[in-house]
Design a protein around this ligand. Structure first.
Ligand SMILES: *[C@@H]1O[C@H](CO)[C@@H](O)[C@H](O)[C@H]1NC(C)=O
Length: 189
């Protein structure tokens, strides 16, 4: 019990900005279906953010994440964005937390932080991926994040719409989902 309280205290400063950025939903996290027979290796490589939930107040553009398989079976994660004309990167680690549910990844961007859920709801590995992250807060409400990722900087509208339908079908409220800016990115670098 004591350990859990310490954990929550560590988590709260992290959760607060997230809570502020969106309307929290009452009740526990939804339990969406995830990609069956998920293949972690095929998921490696470069993914571009096409759309996200929620809208962030100060948002970067050209957001992408590069996953690289490590010898220990985890993946090195490098996310980058251009914010106020500067390229910013953060590094983390992605793991398959439970081999029975390989699509339920965890990602951590610091040694001291626990893994946050990074669930692959659906992907064809070559074009698109639908990612969902949800955290229960004190069992009273939950805050969630959702991303539509692609192997290129654009996706056909039909693929985006299909992705939104998949989220909605799993009781994930994507009414506040916004498109990510992926214009003028390669020029900058
Ligand atoms: C992704 O990371 C790997 C390993 O660090 C690197 O070799 C590769 O060039 C990176 N790709 C991009 C597009 O940054």
């Amino acid at each position: 019990m004591k350990k859990m309280q310490v954990c929550l205290l560590l988590l709260l400063p992290l959760l607060l900005p997230q809570i502020k950025a969106q309307v929290p939903h009452w009740g526990p996290c939804p339990e969406p279906a995830t990609q069956s027979a998920f293949n972690f290796k095929l998921f490696m490589g470069r993914w571009f953010e096409i759309a996200k939930l929620p809208a962030q107040f100060e948002k970067g553009r050209c957001i992408e994440t590069n996953f690289t398989l490590q010898f220990d079976g985890t993946a090195r994660v490098v996310s980058s964005e251009i914010l106020k004309g500067e390229l910013r990167t953060i590094e983390g680690t992605a793991v398959v937390e439970d081999q029975k549910n390989p699509a339920k990844l965890g990602i951590s961007f610091s040694y001291v932080l626990p893994y946050t859920p990074y669930w692959i709801l659906s992907t064809d590995y070559a074009n698109f991926a639908l990612v969902y992250s949800c955290t229960d807060v004190l069992r009273l409400f939950h805050v969630d994040f959702a991303w539509i990722l692609a192997r290129g900087r654009t996706l056909p509208a039909a693929t985006i719409n299909h992705g939104k339908e998949v989220f909605a079908k799993n009781n994930i409220d994507i009414s506040r989902m916004i498109s990510s800016r992926q214009q003028g990115c390669d020029k900058h670098l």
